[in-house]
Design a protein around this ligand. Structure first.
Ligand code: ZN
Length: 136
């Protein structure tokens, strides 16, 4: 059996920092529906946060992942090492559009996590595990 190649260099202390940032930013979400979503991205040693920003014309909605990645890129950081999305939902992963951006800056080994409550378990994947046939 071939072992899946995973980037295990991100330790739990960093995931905790991402969690604190993501939940903090989720409070700033601008929602027209019910779900506030927060996000934090790791680029080297830098962490950037984001939240969902919903528009009355729903096609303009900005997902929290895009919000956080936009902040990262705006600060001249172009390498996405990990991304954590938080929301009080049962189970979720980034949508296909957000995964396009995750692959763009983080590649197939980018760590992608979600957390459904503060201090709860962080479920982690690689981008490749979420979209195994992505042309990367
Ligand atoms: Zn999305």
């Amino acid at each position: 059996m071939v072992q899946k190649k995973r980037n295990r260099s991100i330790d739990e202390k960093i995931w905790k920092q991402l969690s604190v940032t993501a939940w903090k930013f989720s409070k700033n979400a601008r929602v027209l529906g019910k779900t506030k979503v927060g996000c934090a991205v790791l680029s080297g040693k830098e962490i950037f946060g984001g939240c969902n920003i919903e528009h009355k014309l729903r096609s303009h909605d900005i997902h929290s992942e895009i919000s956080a990645i936009s902040s990262m890129v705006s600060a001249e950081c172009k390498k996405l090492d990990a991304i954590l999305v938080v929301s009080q939902r049962d189970k979720f992963t980034p949508c296909g559009g957000c995964l396009d951006w995750i692959f763009e800056f983080g590649g197939s080994t980018c760590q992608v996590g979600y957390q459904t409550k503060k201090d709860g378990k962080i479920t982690k994947f690689t981008a490749k595990e979420l979209m195994p046939h992505y042309p990367n």
